[in-house]
Write a protein that binds this ligand. Structure first.
Ligand SMILES: Nc1ncnc2c1ncn2[C@@H]1O[C@H](COP(=O)(O)OP(=O)(O)OP(=O)(O)O)[C@@H](O)[C@H]1O
Ligand SMILES: [Mg+2]
Length: 240
């Protein structure tokens, strides 16, 4: 993970291992958890949420392009400063996409995709039966890249509505996730925003919107003229 260097992605400087512990030396990020901001504001305006969300999408797309799955995307793992610049933290559940032995846990139930709730021996068995057709890396790509998108959909939902889509007891949350029918009880978000969330919270990971499609969704594109991608910003700064 030391090779992950990108705006919006917390840097890992060093790792020290002992028999019992691994010590990670991370960049110190200024700001507070996005969770605190949403809790304090109740919900964010769509424009503000879009700015934060687009930074998140760019950061997660970078991770994916580097073959890394975050696997615990949630409001508590995003730090935000006073200018609304975000940094993604907590790689405690992250994995390389080509890690054939990666077994996802359920780091945070409220954010976990339905396919990960049923991941287990059965999925592994199907994969080994059809190993001539697809490898475990293919399965990782299908399951885990798309499950990061699901979690980002939950993040977006909470930002614009101010509450969790699936809540209650653990058993009830599991049921609601498997059903994958988020309710929009308060009618305060626009239809484009609602459509994007629904596509991100699509039960079937094959049908679920991809990262590239998220970036081309009408809601994402609205107001993007005011937003500069970190990469472009970096190049601009270098040429100045
Ligand atoms: N690099 C950082 N700079 C500043 N604050 C940080 C940084 N990393 C973590 N924190 C703070 O510490 C909190 C906990 O960190 P982190 O999310 O990495 O651990 P965790 O959630 O306890 O771990 P896990 O979910 O893997 O059990 C964060 O929510 C954040 O407030
Ligand atoms: Mg955390």
């Amino acid at each position: 993970m030391k090779n992950l260097i990108y705006p919006g992605v917390c840097r890992l400087h060093d790792v020290y291992m002992t028999e019992a512990y691994a010590y990670l030396v991370m960049e110190l990020v200024a700001g507070r958890e996005l969770f605190e901001l949403v809790k304090e504001s109740q919900e964010l305006s769509e424009a503000r949420a879009r700015n934060i969300f687009s930074q998140l999408v760019t950061a997660v797309q970078y991770l994916h392009s580097m073959g890394t799955i975050h696997n615990d995307l949630k409001l508590e793992n995003v730090l935000i400063n006073e200018d609304d610049d975000i940094t993604l933290i907590d790689f405690g559940h992250a994995s390389r996409i080509d890690n054939a032995s990666f077994k996802p846990g359920i780091p945070t139930l409220e954010y976990v995709a339905p396919e990960l709730l049923v991941f287990g021996e059965f999925t592994e068995k199907v994969c080994s039966l059809f190993s001539s057709l697809f490898t475990r890396t293919h399965l990782n790509i299908l399951l885990f890249l798309q499950s990061d998108i699901w979690s980002l959909g939950i993040v977006l939902y909470i930002m614009v509505l101010g509450y969790f889509p699936f809540h209650g007891t653990d058993e009830s949350i599991r049921k609601q996730i498997i059903e994958s029918k988020p309710k929009f009880t308060r009618d305060k978000i626009g239809k484009d925003c609602r459509d994007l969330i629904k596509r991100m919270l699509c039960k079937d990971p094959k049908e679920r919107i991809t990262m590239e499609e998220v970036k081309n969704h009408p809601w994402f594109l609205q107001g993007l003229a005011h937003y500069t991608e970190p990469e472009a910003e970096q190049q601009q700064q270098q040429s100045e």
